[in-house]
Design a protein around this ligand. Structure first.
Ligand code: ADP
Ligand code: MG
Length: 362
């Protein structure tokens, strides 16, 4: 996909779903006496009609927990989720079902998310009946054809009787996507939808999601550990580290001149930082280093153990959120050192230094 297929073509619409300072703690010991993992802390984001927001971060950074909270599958320790500006309460089954009609998820592993004993027909029939209330054999059949055509599984009659094991990984993910859009949702939460697929078909599935966003006017959350694919598909990128957002802003700015040392590491670890997007064809490199600790006992910047700019202040005090001169927000005490051009007029080479030091974590 090129720049033209991003939302620059058509204006992004209204806010549909919002997370307002959502957090999720997990108690690791017995009862509430043990250590507390703050898996997600103070994450805020807005999903707009026809817009794509990406969350990027390595494994364990809290991405899926954010998605599950937005999907109503995980309780919030604090904060709130709003749909059309109204706070979401999902205590009752009926409310949950109504919410699911609007907010659907696509998961990483299409084989696990589909039921191996059921056909494609079964997977699509259920949401059409339950969420859409479409009755009558003919009408249901037509809707299933429409959905399979939307995800480029044609001719539909060939795929409807098939079981998941009779499909390729890419086809299974297309069925999972068709099932998600069968409810006619306004929000699609895609949690690493391409990371388990063969490298050769990742781009196709990303294109499909991007096209559906456009044609169905979906508000989309795209979760990935691959910043190249985020640049490719998203309007806005949120970079998460150990449960917190460390940098956020327009996709181009975040990927072309990363400001936070962690974003710099992600970008410099991509195969070709000057042509982000190429990793979609060649596979993604794993970011070196261990996932950051999100224990609530950590008081300072959670990235400080891996950061070349860290000093005592970083280790003891949570960093401020600093706006850059090109519209980003970065949680860092030393932005003027880490990304001088973002806060001042001077420019110094930074990515090389950050890469060198960051690739050798303690
Ligand atoms: P990601 O999707 O970025 O890989 P997750 O949101 O799955 O990260 O997990 C974030 C952190 O929360 C991880 O350290 C994970 O082990 C922890 N976690 C997730 N779910 C639970 C749970 N139910 N109980 C305890 N810890 C959990
Ligand atoms: Mg995950």
């Amino acid at each position: 996909m090129t720049e033209q297929t991003k939302t620059s073509e058509s204006a992004v619409g209204d806010v549909v779903l919002e997370a307002v300072s959502i957090s999720r703690d997990y108690y690791l010991g017995r009862g509430r006496s043990g250590p507390v993992l703050s898996a997600v802390r103070d994450v805020s984001l807005s999903l707009y009609r026809r817009g794509v927001v990406a969350i990027v971060g390595e494994s364990g950074s809290g991405k899926s927990t954010v998605a599950r909270m937005l999907a109503g599958q995980e309780t919030l320790t604090s904060g709130e989720v709003r749909l059309d500006g109204k706070v979401v309460h999902l205590k009752h089954r009926r409310a949950f079902r109504a919410y699911k009609r609007e907010v659907q998820m696509v998961f990483q592993d299409p084989f696990a998310s589909l039921n191996s004993v059921h056909t494609v027909r079964h997977h699509l029939e259920r949401p059409i009946k339950i969420h859409r209330g479409i009755q009558g054999k003919q009408a249901i059949e037509e809707e299933m054809y429409r959905l399979l055509t939307l995800v480029s599984m044609t001719p539909p009659e060939l795929f409807l009787p098939k079981y998941p094991h009779e499909l390729s990984g890419g086809q299974r993910q297309r069925v999972a996507i068709a099932r998600a859009i069968a409810a006619s949702p306004r929000v699609l939460l895609a949690d690493e939808p391409i990371s388990m697929l063969d490298v050769s078909i990742r781009l196709d599935i990303l294109r499909l999601l991007s096209d559906l966003r456009e044609t169905l006017e979906l508000a989309m959350l795209y979760i990935t550990h691959d910043i190249a694919s985020a640049r490719y598909v998203a309007d806005e990128i949120l970079v998460m580290y150990a449960g917190e957002i460390v940098e956020r802003g327009p996709a181009e700015e975040v990927t072309q001149s990363p400001a936070h040392p962690y974003t710099q590491l992600l970008v410099s670890s991509a195969p070709n930082p000057d042509a982000l997007g190429s990793s979609l064809k060649t596979g993604t490199k794993i970011v070196p280093g261990q996932a950051g600790s999100a224990l609530s006992s950590i008081v300072g910047c959670r990235f400080s153990p891996r950061c070349p700019f860290a000093d005592e202040q970083c280790r003891t005090t949570r960093p401020p959120i600093v706006p850059t001169n090109d519209g980003r927000l970065v949680a860092c005490w030393h932005l003027e050192q880490a990304a001088p051009s973002s806060v001042a007029l001077t420019t110094k080479p930074r990515t090389t230094r950050a890469k060198k030091v960051l690739e050798k974590p303690d």
